[in-house]
Design a protein around this ligand. Structure first.
Ligand code: GLV
Length: 315
């Protein structure tokens, strides 16, 4: 009998079709909610999950036959890795394939927040635009400014590569130093987080969310940033104290471009009411080739484990 696989959302491309060769696949017609996922998980050997799906002790307890979770994301903060390990459930993720798309979006948010593109869009649509004025709608200069990158893995480095085109000075803060040839090629200098926050005109977050990075930027860190600096977050909302960020934005101390939030899809009304923040709906990886590649990796992770092969990206 073929093992059962649950694909918890419609995916881009035909990766699920290939899974059907080796498994009895249930393909969800929409992104499953928590109750729907729990109701379908019994008897499942392989789960293709999204970052919105919490894979925790409660879910695992309902799925004693679960052998593998193919997480359709590079971040695995939605998965209780210790609980999975304790039950021998393999977890795989999708690194590498979303690097460029996420770096593109970080730059889109940086440019938008700096030059107030979305704010201008709202002005034009409202009919209140009075025409070209030398002193109106002034933004921040990007060219030649200082960019601070927090977390210098694949995505942080891809952001640094883009920064060269804007003649940005690049600082980075990271647990470990990048090899000297990488630093030289990207023109990036490692500094402490404190120095980065004090010197950067733009701060872009690219660290994974785990116990050591939750709340990395709290009120004291945000206060350390330069007045008028732009914070870009395409990583995870919980890296930042969202209440402290709202306060810093409200005070006019900072500007921000955000793709991620503490409790998605809830975005605090206080944040939504502020003009000096660009709010994207967690779309860092949202281009077609990227999403197709993520689907392929997530399904391949499940297929590999069910067939007794080594999965491409075990966590
Ligand atoms: C997206 O946020 C991911 O972790 O893949």
């Amino acid at each position: 009998m073929k093992p059962r696989v649950l694909v918890a959302a419609p995916l881009v491309g035909d990766a699920v079709e290939r899974l059907r060769a080796i498994a009895e696949v249930e393909q969800a017609p929409h992104v499953l909610g928590r109750a729907e996922l729990l109701a379908r998980i019994e008897g499942v050997a392989g789960l293709v999950a999204l970052l919105v799906h919490r894979v925790d002790g409660q879910l695992l307890a309902r799925a004693p036959s679960l052998r593998v979770v193919g997480n359709h994301a590079v971040g695995v903060d939605n998965v209780d890795l210790a609980a999975c390990a304790a039950r021998g459930v393999v977890v795989t993720n999708t690194p590498g394939v979303l690097t460029e798309a996420t770096a593109d979006l970080a730059f889109a948010l940086l440019l938008d927040a700096a030059r107030r593109v979305t704010e201008g869009d709202r002005l034009v649509r409202s009919g209140a635009w009075r025409g070209w004025e030398p002193t109106a709608h002034l933004g921040r200069r990007v060219h030649g400014a200082t960019l601070g990158i927090v977390g210098f893995g694949r995505i942080g480095r891809a952001v640094a590569a883009r920064a060269r085109g804007f003649s940005l000075r690049v600082l980075y803060a990271s647990r470990s130093a990048a090899p000297p040839d990488v630093e030289a090629a990207l023109g990036a200098t490692r500094v402490s987080l404190d120095t980065l926050l004090a010197e950067a005109d733009f701060v872009s977050l690219h660290a994974p969310l785990d116990a050591s990075t939750r709340g990395l930027l709290g009120a004291p860190e945000l206060a350390r940033m330069r007045r008028g600096a732009v914070l870009v977050n395409t990583a995870r909302g919980a890296l930042v104290d969202e209440d402290a960020l709202v306060a810093a934005l409200r005070a006019g101390h900072l500007v921000a471009g955000l793709d991620v939030y503490r409790e998605e899809p809830a975005v605090p009304a206080a944040l939504r009411a502020l003009p000096n923040v660009v709010l994207a709906p967690h779309v860092g990886s949202a281009d077609v080739p990227t999403r197709a590649a993520m689907a392929t990796l997530a399904c391949e992770g499940v297929a590999a484990v069910l067939e007794g092969r080594a999965p491409p990206h075990p966590v």
